[in-house]
Ligand binder design. Sequence first.
Ligand SMILES: Nc1ncnc2c1ncn2[C@@H]1O[C@H](COP(=O)(O)OP(=O)(O)OP(=O)(O)O)[C@@H](O)[C@H]1O
Length: 493
Amino acid sequence: MSATITTEMPILRVEHLSMKFGGLVAIGDLSFDVRRGEITALIGPNGAGKTTVFNCITGFYKPTEGMIRFTGREGNEFLLERLPDFQITAKAKVARTFQNIRLFSGMTVLENLLVAQHNKLMKASGYTILGLLGIGGYPKAAAESIEKAKHWLEKADLTDRADDPAGDLPYGAQRRLEIARAMCTDPELLCLDEPAAGLNPKESLALNALLNDIKANTGTSILLIEHDMSVVMEISDHIVVLEYGRKISDGTPEEVRTDPRVIAAYLGVDDEEVEEVLIEVGDEDVIEQLDTGPDADHGPEASSSMLAGPVNDTVVHGNGERVTVEKGAGKAAQVKPQQVAGSTAARKPAAKAAKAKAEPAPKAATPAKQAGAAKAAKASPASKAAPASEKPIPAAGKGKEAGISNRLPAARGGKADDLQLIKGIGPVNEKKLNAHGIYHFDQIAAWKKADIAAAEAYLAFDGRIAREDWISQAKVLARKAASAPATRRGGRK
Ligand SMILES: Nc1ncnc2c1ncn2[C@@H]1O[C@H](COP(=O)(O)OP(=O)(O)OP(=O)(O)O)[C@@H](O)[C@H]1O
């Protein structure tokens, strides 16, 4: 099928998509557009259904219901749910990367980029030995492939590593190589599953630059799943938010970050990072009012559900929306926005309290900076808690938790390292780690498999310590701390 193409026409239109696994509705009646030439982010808490959406788009799963309409540059239209996966790549020109890196680690960086163009080269060879021997279009196609590989090596800042085995690259470079490899297939739509997972801040910036370059210079549209809000908010033109397989918000980064339903769903982070995200969002009213303690029905220190504050609570947002949280619904579904007249007047003094917690902000501080200051104040264990040396260390406990081998009774010299400099550790996790006798980067750097398992059991994580590579981050920070032992660094991770 073919149509007259306009830039307004979305490259991908997902309509009433549902995916059921037995009795589990992983995706329920989901509709959204991926606009041509833009970066669209799909975010949501763990298990919200993001990867399932990707798997439906790329043909790994056949959806239970719904349509996925792809319209290419030439007006060529495909219903992806009807195509086998190899045709989705070949015909519709949809490329994807995965949560876990899937490179040919024994091949060189350059070879990885050439292998990605195998189909084109085989076609040019006419699938005959004569073609490979240089008769026909093969030599020209081979030269073009090398040129393309060189182009993407440069874009991904990997030229100097071209001859190294892909498996020897640092993590962030491997992520960029995966994207470069996908780009060598000339995709019209590039689907990236958590491209920033495990990257350090410098690597995240390099990733942002690469994705912005792709957007600006290739016309390839990008759909990405990402938990790292610094990436999502920085580069996305459009964000779709899922919770429990349903869409709860859809709009620009600004619209999404101030949407009360999204704040209730915690912008797709784990329970432990709720506080951190709310501070990042900068809505101090919400931070303060959601910080009113656990819902008695759920018991103390339960799950994220109680972190949304007491049930039947009403929260007034900075933008004047009054939000009522009711019993018995999902976190986002609990939120009912109602406009409140005289929004500023309606704000409670809670904002003042939140600000009072913050360090004095510079004169013309932006809300984001103030939020950062609030974060810094909240993040400082020394300012809130009793000195670590006075804290009781949990007795050698039962189960996995007892296996963290290198706990300390107190921070050395009474001064803990700023564990929040490890990407993935927020104020809540830092507190928990301190409470468990982990105060210093070198302690985390020394963790072995059993320690990681024990820490994950305690933090209720599932593979995140490895995914975010806390150990490598801790090693780097431990080295820095050793060279400047008196300095406790602050600031954003
Ligand atoms: N093949 C499958 N069989 C059964 N259940 C599945 C399958 N794939 C996904 N699910 C379930 O569907 C739900 C959505 O999972 P999905 O992996 O899509 O979430 P996600 O938002 O990508 O999560 P994360 O951010 O943790 O990667 C989960 O409850 C998951 O257990």
